[in-house]
Design a protein around this ligand. Structure first.
Ligand SMILES: Nc1ncnc2c1ncn2[C@@H]1O[C@H](COP(=O)(O)OP(=O)(O)OP(=O)(O)O)[C@@H](O)[C@H]1O
Ligand SMILES: [Mg+2]
Length: 354
C-alpha cells in the first residue's frame, strides 16, 4: 500500500529561512528562502544556499525572495520552492501527495492566505492545515503540555515579522503581527554606514556584522567587540574596509529594536484584565532567530514588566510545533483519503497523543 503519510511534512515558510520537519526524522531542512533566476531565460538556476551565494556576483542572475513578511508574495516561486524541498526530502515516495502543515503569521491578510493556499495545492499538497506562528511556536517550545499553566505568551521575532500571541486554555485569545524583525536591523546598519562612512554595504554583510557584534544598548558589562566589514565607497566606487563596534551597531539598530518591543507590548495589550493578571506569572517566551539578539530579552523584560526568556531552539520552535500538529492531524484523519480543497486554519491547540 502507498504510504502517503510518509511524505507528510510540516513547513515553516520563513521570510529568511524555510524549515521542514518530517516525522521521525526531525527538522530535515533549513534553507534560505531564496531562488536564483536567469535574467535572460527566466529559468530557476538554484534554490536555497547556492542561490544566495550567487547574489550580486553574477550579472545574469536575479535573486527572488518569494516569501515576504511571512507569506508568499511570488506565488510561482513559492510553489517551486515548496515542491522542490518536499521532493528532495522524500525521494522514496516520489509520486505521493503530502499532507502539509504550514505556519502563517497570525495577522495573515486574505490576499496572502489565498496566495499560500494556491502555492501549497499547486506544489502538490493533498491536504493543508495552516497554523498561526504563535500557536506553532508555543507547541514547539512545549508551553502547552498539560503540566504547564493554561496561559502562554509567545513573541516570535523572525526576519520580517514579529508575531505575538496570547494563548489561553488552548486557544489564541489575542495576537499582534508587526512587520519588523531582524531584516529591519540589517537595513538600519546599511543606512547608518552609508550616512556616517559614505560606504554602501550589502545587506548580508550588515547581517553578518549584526550576528558578530550586535547587541541592544545599554551594554552594561557586555564586552564591546568589533568587526571589519567591506563595502563600496560611494564617492570613489572603490572597495573600502571599515570597523564596526558593538556600540556602532547598537546605535544603528535602536529604531527597529524599539519597534519590536512596541510590537510585543501591542500584542499583550489586547488581553482581558483576567488574562493580563495571569501574564505576570507566566511571562513571555521569545522565539524566532532575532530573539537571540543579545540584550533584547532584557529590554522586553524592562518595558513590559514581564519575565522574558529565550527558548533553546528559537529558530526551530515554529516548525517543531507544526510537526506536532501534523502528528495530531494524522491521528484524526478520516479513513477515506480524499483531496480537501479548503485548508483548515488551526486556532486552537489540538489534543496530542502522548
Ligand atoms: N544570534 C542571533 N542574533 C541576532 N539575530 C539573529 C541571530 N540568529 C539569527 N538572527 C536573525 O534572525 C532572523 C531570522 O530569524 P528566523 O529564522 O526566525 O526568520 P524567518 O522565520 O525566516 O522569518 P519570519 O518569521 O519573519 O518570516 C534574521 O534576521 C537573522 O539575522
Ligand atoms: Mg519565522
Amino acid at each position: 500500500m502507498w504510504d502517503f503519510a510518509g511524505r507528510d511534512t510540516a513547513i515553516d515558510l520563513g521570510s529568511a529561512t524555510v524549515r521542514m520537519h518530517v516525522r521521525d526524522r526531525g527538522v530535515v531542512c533549513r534553507e534560505p528562502s531564496v531562488l536564483a533566476r536567469c535574467r535572460r531565460t527566466g529559468r530557476i538556476l538554484a534554490l536555497g544556499s547556492p542561490a544566495r551565494d550567487m547574489a550580486g556576483r553574477n550579472p545574469d542572475v536575479t535573486l527572488v525572495r518569494p516569501i515576504r513578511e511571512g507569506a508568499p508574495t511570488e506565488t510561482d516561486e513559492a510553489e517551486y520552492l515548496m515542491r522542490y524541498l518536499v521532493r528532495k526530502h522524500h525521494r522514496r515516495h516520489y509520486t505521493a501527495r503530502p499532507r502539509l502543515v504550514v505556519t502563517v503569521p497570525s495577522g495573515l491578510t486574505s490576499v496572502h492566505y489565498r496566495a499560500l493556499q494556491f502555492s501549497a495545492y499547486q506544489a502538490g499538497a493533498r491536504r493543508l492545515t495552516l497554523v498561526p506562528t504563535p500557536i506553532a511556536a508555543a507547541i514547539g517550545m512545549g508551553l502547552t503540555s498539560s503540566a504547564r499553566p493554561e496561559v502562554a505568551v509567545v513573541a516570535d521575532i523572525g526576519a520580517d515579522v514579529t508575531d505575538v500571541g496570547v494563548i489561553s486554555f488552548g486557544g489564541l485569545v489575542t495576537s499582534h503581527t508587526a512587520h519588523v524583525g531582524g531584516s529591519a536591523l540589517d537595513r538600519a546598519i546599511v543606512a547608518m554606514v552609508r550616512r556616517e562612512h559614505n560606504v554602501t554595504l550589502s545587506v548580508s554583510t550588515a547581517e553578518q556584522a549584526k550576528l558578530e557584534v550586535g547587541a541592544v544598548p545599554p551594554l552594561g558589562r557586555r564586552p564591546v567587540r568589533q568587526t571589519v566589514v567591506h563595502g563600496r565607497d560611494v564617492a570613489t566606487g572603490m572597495p573600502r574596509e571599515i570597523v564596526l563596534t558593538t556600540v556602532d551597531v547598537g546605535r544603528a539598530i535602536a529604531g527597529p529594536v524599539a519597534e519590536i518591543v512596541d510590537a510585543v507590548q501591542a500584542g499583550l495589550a489586547g488581553c482581558s484584565p483576567e488574562i493580563s493578571g495571569d501574564l505576570l506569572g507566566v511571562g513571555v517566551t521569545l522565539t524566532g532567530g532575532c530573539a537571540r539578539l543579545p540584550g533584547l530579552e532584557r529590554l522586553i523584560r524592562e518595558r513590559t514588566g514581564l519575565a522574558a526568556r529565550i527558548g533553546d531552539d528559537t529558530g526551530d520552535a515554529a516548525v517543531l510545533g507544526a510537526g506536532e500538529v501534523l502528528r495530531s492531524a494524522r491521528s484524526q484523519e478520516p479513513p477515506a483519503r480524499q483531496t480537501s480543497p479548503r485548508p483548515q486554519v488551526l486556532t486552537t491547540i489540538p489534543e496530542f497523543e502522548h
